[in-house]
Ligand binder design. Structure first.
Ligand SMILES: [Zn+2]
Length: 80
């Protein structure tokens, strides 16, 4: 069950980057709660966000690129 928190107004130093999904990837999407799967034939990307709370690193969140877009890029536009 996903809890939806809308805390976008805070100024965290969180950053998002785009990374290729590795074969051994076992991260779950923070939006849809599904595994971000490696696909042999498709070059799948994921969005990885380093989330900072009160200027301290707190956690890493993973997203499907389309889920990240749907969530309106909570940590800004992903860098390459
Ligand atoms: Zn997703």
């Amino acid at each position: 069950m996903a809890t939806k928190s809308a805390t976008q107004t805070k100024k965290w130093h969180s950053r998002a980057v785009t990374r290729t999904v590795d074969a051994g990837n076992s991260a779950y999407c923070a939006v849809c709660d599904e595994l971000i799967k490696f696909r042999a034939r498709i070059r799948a990307d994921q969005i990885i966000c380093n989330v900072y709370v009160d200027n301290k690193w707190d956690r890493v969140e993973h997203y499907h690129p389309e889920c990240y877009k749907k969530a309106k890029a909570p940590y800004g536009n992903p860098e390459d």
